[in-house]
Design a protein around this ligand. Sequence first.
Ligand SMILES: Nc1ncnc2c1ncn2[C@@H]1O[C@H](COP(=O)(O)OP(=O)(O)OP(=O)(O)O)[C@@H](O)[C@H]1O
Length: 237
Amino acid sequence: MTVQLNGVTKKYGNEFALKNVSFTFTKGKIYGLLGPNGGGKSTTLKLITGLVYPTNGTVTVSDEKVTRKISDKVAYLTELDMFYDSFTIKQMVDFYHSQFPDFSLEKAHQLLQDMQLEGNKKIRKLSKGNRGRLKLVLTIARNAPVILLDEPFSGLDALVRDSIVKSLLTYINFEEQTVIIATHEIDEIEPLLDEVIAVYQGHYIDHQNVESLREEQGLSVLQWFKMTIQNWESEKY
Ligand SMILES: Nc1ncnc2c1ncn2[C@@H]1O[C@H](COP(=O)(O)OP(=O)(O)OP(=O)(O)O)[C@@H](O)[C@H]1O
């Protein structure tokens, strides 16, 4: 499903979070929105889920203007978790299943097994790493056409990060799902990504295909990213 930003500006009060951004995310690709804190990555994802609305411009998913109702098509992993602490993992999975018709119980059970999460454990008793894993399970168990992940690695150790990357590679349907991952941790995410966008000070300052970066320019994503930011800064003055 295509996600489109058309001349999107988002202001919070007088402050610009995004400035006149136009971009098309196409079906079947994994995009990385990369950039330091405050650049506008989370705002992009919130606009695509209809949690906030543009000050100017339009956001569409499959040509439909985004409203709150878009959550049937968009699965969203936020930086915060919104779990019910008194639930067990299994109850949380059942709750998601009741909320989203595209939620696959089969995928969820498989994912729980892969991530070594026990269904009868209370959410309250989970470590931070296991909460992070559970957030991911609940998001990618949905067969939603659009999957948005905001900082999926935040605060998690290397082992958990690896298990997250593996499960994304296993459970995402690359033909059908459009995935957008916002992160400032570029190294971890590089092996997953098809396309990268440098998001900085409210602008999409450059975007590249990861394979051609490597093969044609001999650059890692991190090298490209650093160069892009430097060029942008030097052109500003
Ligand atoms: N609810 C809000 N109210 C006021 N300002 C906000 C709000 N949300 C974001 N901003 C501002 O908008 C700008 C972009 O924020 P955004 O969260 O999109 O950046 P980000 O790249 O995702 O960074 P982070 O990794 O810290 O989430 C920042 O300057 C931020 O302070």
